[in-house]
Design a protein around this ligand. Sequence first.
Ligand code: 5GP
Length: 114
Amino acid sequence: MAETIFSKIVDKSIPANIVFEDEYLLAFTDVNPQAPVHILIIPKKPIESLNLIEEDDSTLIGKMVLAAKRLACDFGISESGYRLVFNCNRDGGQTVFHLHCHLLGGRNFSWPPG
Ligand code: 5GP
């Protein structure tokens, strides 16, 4: 897979405001936040998009969602509520081709999304 801005954040060759890290995941604040809380949760393993996840990635994807839940609690948005978003490819609005989950909260979101 081609190097992306997120793989450079994983290998620490470019800086990010990291809010969580373990063996499998990295979470950091979005450089262009769309809500008072806007955190990106990414696997360290490079996967281009949701289209390329496989059965073997089930645990990894579960870890991403569990990390999002914990971060929502840490950032005080568990009770007010939050949104998790995986954008996939052109129509999904994906711009960085390293799998990531947006954790957004701290304001009210409309539905359907634009
Ligand atoms: P996508 O549009 O692919 O779902 O989301 C990519 C997100 O990455 C965007 O919200 C964008 O603001 C964020 N982003 C792009 N480049 C950087 C960067 O260098 N650092 C950080 N922290 N976020 C970035």
